[in-house]
Every structure is written in C-alpha cells, then in structure tokens.
Design a protein around this ligand. Structure first.
Ligand SMILES: *Cc1c(COP(=O)(O)O)cnc(C)c1O
Length: 346
C-alpha cells in the first residue's frame, strides 16, 4: 500500500529498529525481561531522563495507560482527563476495566488541553462520599488533536494537580514529537514538573510494537510487574520489544524521526494553506494536521484510495505524518484535493 496519512501507526519499522532487532536475534537470551537488551533499554531511559526511574515494557499504549491508572487508583477513585483523551475515547473502557471501576471525570479545554481551572472545578464539584474520589490527573502530550502544552501550561496544570494531592500520569504516545517540537529535555517535560508516571510511545515513531512505562515516582511501581503479567503484558521474548527501542534511543533516531514527522506536518499544513476550501481546525504543533474539507472532496479522496480518519477529536480530516512521510506523497495528496475541488460543483 502507498504511504497513508491515516495514522502514524500505518508506517513501517524504521531502519535503526530493524538493525537492533536483527542483532538481538543472534542466539538465545533469557526470557521475560531478564535479558541484557531489556536491562540496557531501562538504563538508557534512566540516562535520558537524568534520574533513577522504574521502567516496564508493554505491548501497546492502551495497556500502558490502563495498567498505570489501575496502579494509581483504587476502584472507588477517579481520574481527571480531557474529554478528548485517548483513555476516554479510544481505549474501549480499558482504564475502567483494569482499575475495577475507577471513573474518568472529563474536563473541557481549548485545543485538547486541560486547564488548572477545569481540574479545580472537577475537584470542587463534589467532595462527599457518594462520588468517586479524584486521585489522578491524566495529560496527553502532545494532545489528541496535535497540539502541545507549553512547559508553562504543563507546569500550571501539574501544580494544580499537586495542590489537590493528585498523582500525574502523562500519556506520551507521541512523546518524542513533543520533545522535538518544544526543544526541551525529557526531564524538563516530566518529573521536574511533578509527572509521576509517563507512558512513552514507540510504535508510532518507528518501532514494530512496544511502549515503555516509566515511573519517576518509584513507590508507585510496587508490584507493577505482577500487574503486567496478570494483564497479559509480560512479553516472554521481551528482548524483541527492548532491542528496537534501544536501537532508536542509542542512535538518537527517536528524536530525528520525530523531528521529521513534525516538519512533514508543518509542510502539509503550509500546502493546505494554499487551498481556500481547506480550513485547519487546530494549530499543527506536532505531527498531526486536522483539516475541514468539503464532504464531496472527502468522498472523492476515499474513492481514490486515500486513507484517513474523520472520527478523532472534534471531527474533520485527521492527517498524521510519520518518520517516513515524504514530500512527494504530501504533494500528491494536495494535488488530489485540488483536483477533487476543481471537479466538484461550486
Ligand atoms: C495511539 C495512542 C495510544 C496507544 O494506542 P494503542 O493502539 O493501544 O497502542 C495512546 N494514547 C494516544 C494519545 C494515542 O494516540
């Protein structure tokens, strides 16, 4: 299939990950994460984040988010999240399922971002025994609509969470894109602001599969290994998740690829700007572009084989760029949109 803009997980495996995968395939290694690759990946994260932290590897982001929230909450607790958060809209109730019923309390906020005011309003809405007790704030960086919390915004949200004694979970399915865009250190975007746990995405940035769960607050990681195993998230051949991850971390490819994806989205947005009928829905600050297009154009593109989602966020066409997006393919999409417009009745 030609390269598509439906999701950054339509893309293949990047060369740095493949190279490491092949290296890890020499001979045997201990199972269930007892291997050198897994050890080295965890050490690499401690180096990258400039702190001692607990690292676990799981198969996907839904598992990472859900198991973290289950670890942070009792069944009678609640998690404050933006109404467009992946944990609410795209995980089929897994956070509630794995936490045995912890409830998501949803806040609004422009551009997919929670605000200190929204958090405070939810906390103050009820404080009686009949309502699940807020325990965690979950933030997505970059957000589900391709925007970014600035470090100042993140700092304010985290300070509010701490003020109310709430733990902070960060869904970093595209964490690399956020680091590439904001040009700060991973430490500055996480534990230095009070983030307790980060789900660090790999799949969307060139890995075959796998996400890292990173506990900066190590006390919260107690027995997390058992939780992963019980949930079917302890890979027996863990080295094949760890090695590709290590490959992109050691070579710097994780950032390089994210910068490329972000730059591709910026170029795509710029080209869409040449089309008066195309209206951008959000400022494209990472690797996503959300655009409104006439329905007839959307149908024509689909008929021609272009794939994209229209159910994410507030609707519109979501176009994702990845580590391997090419200018040629972006130009081809723009040309297809222009052709469809010129053939559609005014
Ligand atoms: C893709 C994504 C995830 C993880 O999804 P999986 O399909 O379970 O790997 C989590 N959060 C966000 C914001 C995502 O975009």
């Amino acid at each position: 299939m030609d390269e598509q803009f439906a999701s950054d997980n339509y893309s293949g495996i990047c060369p740095e990950a493949i190279a490491a995968l092949i290296q890890a395939n020499q001979g045997s290694a201990p199972a269930y994460g007892e291997d050198d690759w897994t050890q080295r990946a965890a050490d690499r994260f401690r180096q990258l984040f400039e702190t001692d932290c607990e690292v676990f590897l799981v198969f996907n982001g839904t598992a990472g988010n859900s198991l973290v929230l289950a670890a942070l909450c009792q069944s009678y607790h609640s998690v404050i999240a933006h109404e467009l958060a992946h944990i609410e809209t795209d995980e089929c109730g897994a956070p509630e399922f794995f936490s045995n019923g912890a409830k998501l309390l949803l806040g609004a906020g422009d551009q997919g971002k929670l605000t200190p005011e929204a958090i405070a309003a939810i906390v103050h809405r009820r404080n009686d025994i009949h309502y699940p007790k807020p325990k965690v704030v979950s933030l997505t960086q970059p957000t589900e609509v391709g925007t970014l919390y600035s470090l100042t915004e993140l700092g304010a949200v985290c300070a509010t969470a701490k003020q109310y004694g709430l733990k902070i979970h960060m869904d970093g399915a595209r964490f690399a894109n956020a680091i590439a865009a904001l040009d700060c250190t991973p430490a500055e975007m996480t534990w230095k602001l009070g983030v307790d746990v980060l789900c660090f995405g790999g799949t969307k940035n060139g890995l075959p599969l796998g996400e890292a769960v990173i506990f900066f607050n190590k006390a919260l990681a107690e027995d997390f290994d058992y939780r992963c195993k019980q949930a079917g998230q302890l890979a027996s051949k863990m080295r094949f998740i760890a090695a590709p991850l290590l490959g992109v971390l050691e070579t710097g490819a994780w950032l390089h690829h994210a910068r490329h994806a972000n730059a591709s989205a910026a170029y795509l947005a710029q080209r869409l700007g040449e089309i008066p009928e195309a209206k951008l829905l959000f400022p494209p600050q990472a690797n996503a572009v959300f655009v409104e297009l006439p329905p007839v154009v959307i149908q024509t593109l689909r008929d021609q084989g272009w794939r994209f989602y229209t159910f994410i966020g507030v609707g519109g066409v979501r176009l994702m760029c990845a580590w391997n997006t090419t200018r040629d393919r972006i130009d081809a999409l723009i040309a297809a949109i222009q052709r469809a417009l010129s053939h559609s009745p005014a």
